[in-house]
Design a protein around this ligand. Structure first.
Ligand SMILES: [Zn+2]
Length: 131
């Protein structure tokens, strides 16, 4: 009964067999190369993340709020981090089986007046987000 539902085995000719073996070999070599590079890639990723965080802290320490004039600094970044964490927690609580692809827009919220700011990574500046 089950034989009717299965596809008959296709016999590969010489060229197809060689191509299949070459594709499998490339896949195995790629996996080996990626695994071998992980001891380098992981520390580089951590260093790049630390560098980006430092640059953002420096930009926040020299940026004044466009609305109230207070310096943004770490408190505004902490406030944005807390708001983001609450937003993500609410998303996962409201839709438990779903996975999300999220893009964070707000990187600073003025601790004095609540103005929101995005971050331009290329120019290393905080940019006000229109309300
Ligand atoms: Zn402000």
């Amino acid at each position: 009964m089950f034989d009717v539902l299965t596809q008959p085995k296709r016999i590969l000719c010489g060229g197809e067999r060689t191509e299949l073996m070459w594709r499998q070999t490339r896949l195995v070599l790629t996996i080996i190369a990626v695994v071998a590079a992980l001891p380098v890639l992981i520390p580089v990723a951590f260093l790049a993340h630390a560098r980006d965080q430092r640059r953002m802290r420096e930009a926040a320490s020299r940026t004044a709020c466009k609305r109230c004039g207070a310096m943004l600094g770490m408190p505004s970044q902490d406030r944005a981090d807390a708001a983001w964490a609450a937003h993500v927690a609410k998303l996962f609580a409201d839709h438990p089986p779903l996975r999300f692809r999220l893009k964070r827009d707000v990187w600073a919220i003025c601790a004095v007046c609540g103005a929101t700011y995005g971050y331009d990574d290329e120019r290393r500046v905080f940019v006000p987000i229109p309300e």
